[in-house]
Design a protein around this ligand. Structure first.
Ligand code: ADP
Ligand code: MG
Length: 439
């Protein structure tokens, strides 16, 4: 069996560990209480490259898969190359620091898209807040103000009035709510349409497109309320029709890989394309440079051989991977701590986990991915805002029936999971958007 290390501690990393555990021995740093059931966990921080490298050498780990963006933007892949790990057969799946700018700098990403004619919203870049104010004052349409750098998913503000736009510029550029990430902003036109996420496994030159999915960012039903890290997801997303996918492949994926190659920063790893689709026409909202969370929870279980796919990509031969379908649909409902995405308390014991299947799901069924959990004595307690991802699966052939079964299975199990001394909150409409697209 191949030895694989997953770096990270959320629901995405649990999914990576669970899916790859079918054909590999999986290690995870630092992991969480659920990951500890699918992998050997070690308490090493994601930015402790020396510590991670030592673990990899000691355990003869052949492939390291990096979950979150911070270590990638921080150069973990470059470190693997520079210290000889890769030459010694310890491969790593993910982009270099340079290639990670597609997510690490929105200014870089937008200028890149403009240079290569990749469809996205028209935009202007500012480093002077007064000039940004002047610009937003001259506009008559809705805009989005985005901090250039990483801001934990909170640095993009959709503005429907002049005062909202001025407040956004002020918070990002003058108050520096996101630190240096706000020294420059992208101000772009609001794009109408419906969003979808596409995860594309790349080896620098070639790519393998995974089934499309849809995240649910706002905290409340009907997409009301504040944005979160993601309250749930489902896949496949029928809004991404075969026709839309063909356009995305030729107008977005191919030019992105070609452009990054031309710039001398070939993109290897998971390219996450956030799409806005309006009447069949896709445009890019943003790039991420890693698997989405919770998109990974519903996308990776749709295929067998996840470990083979990522290994092949890391070896620069992604097209050689044999990828076969597994589940036909998946729907993930996130159970969050009371108060999330604002302040919340941690440390509440979780009950009911044993009432929900925790073993390998063979046919259709449910699996609970852990995000913010940890073991405390004999109990599993909450340790984050997003706590669990209750994920239903189907193997039915009919797309609508498969989706309905996966969604039904997830929601059937949700009430069994409870907290002692607090309560979970969750959305009751994850996936309902899919229903408009089945006909
Ligand atoms: N140009 C745009 N038009 C419409 N909505 C947008 C636009 N840009 C961003 N958004 C909305 O804001 C969210 C966050 O923006 P995004 O660019 O993904 O930044 P981040 O995830 O880094 O915060 C998107 O998921 C989308 O809902
Ligand atoms: Mg985003």
């Amino acid at each position: 069996m191949t030895n694989i290390l997953v770096v990270g501690s959320g629901g995405r990393e649990h999914t990576l560990a669970w899916t790859m555990g079918a054909n590999a021995t999986v290690y995870c740093t630092p992991g969480n209480a659920g990951i500890a059931r699918s992998a050997r966990t070690f308490d090493i921080k994601e930015n402790d490259f020396d510590g991670l490298a030592a673990l990899v050498r000691r355990n003869e780990i052949e492939l390291t898969v990096v979950g979150p963006e911070a270590p990638l933007v921080g150069g973990i892949v470059d470190y693997w190359h520079d210290t000889g790990l890769v030459d010694q057969g310890h491969l790593i799946f993910g982009p270099t620091r340079d290639a990670s700018q597609l997510e690490g700098s929105k200014v870089f990403a937008k200028q890149f898209m403009a240079e290569y004619g990749i469809p996205t919203a028209p935009f202007v870049i500012f480093s002077d807040p007064d000039k940004a104010d002047q610009y937003v004052g001259s506009l008559l349409h809705d805009i989005v103000v985005k901090a250039d750098g990483l801001a934990a998913g909170k640095g993009s503000i959709v503005c429907q009035s002049l005062s909202q736009a001025e407040t956004a510029v002020d918070r990002i550029m003058r108050q520096r709510k996101f630190g240096d990430a706000g020294s420059r902003v992208v101000i772009e036109d609001f794009m109408p349409g419906e969003e979808a996420s596409l995860l594309v496994v790349c080896d620098g030159t070639n790519h393998h497109i995974l089934p499309a999915s849809q995240d649910h960012k706002p905290v409340g039903d009907g997409d009301m309320g504040e944005n979160t890290g993601g309250m749930g997801a489902y896949a496949p997303a029928p809004i991404v029709t075969p026709k839309v996918l063909r356009i995305v492949e030729s107008e977005i994926i191919q030019p992105t890989l070609h452009g990054m190659n031309q710039k001398g920063m070939p993109f290897s790893g998971c390219l996450y394309i956030g799409l806005m689709i309006d009447e069949g026409a896709p445009r890019v909202v943003e790039y991420n440079i890693r698997f989405g969370d919770p998109e990974a929870q519903v996308v990776l279980p749709l295929i067998n051989n996840v470990s083979d796919l990522l290994m092949s990509a890391a070896q620069g031969r992604v097209l050689d991977a044999v990828v076969t379908p597994r589940y036909t649909a998946a729907c993930c409902v996130v159970l969050a701590s009371e108060g999330y995405p604002r302040t919340y308390q941690k440390g509440f014991p979780i009950t009911g986990l044993d009432n929900v299947s925790q073993d390998n799901v063979s046919q259709d069924g449910v699996y609970v991915f852990h995000a913010g959990t940890k073991e405390e004595g004999s109990q599993i307690v909450t340790s984050g805002g997003r706590v669990l991802g209750v994920t239903g699966f189907s193997v039915l052939d009919n797309p609508e029936q498969a989706f309905r079964q996966a969604q039904g299975k997830a929601y059937q199990e949700v009430p069994k999971l409870r907290l002692e001394g607090s309560r979970f909150h969750y959305r009751t409409d994850i996936g309902d958007k899919a229903l408009h697209h089945f006909s």
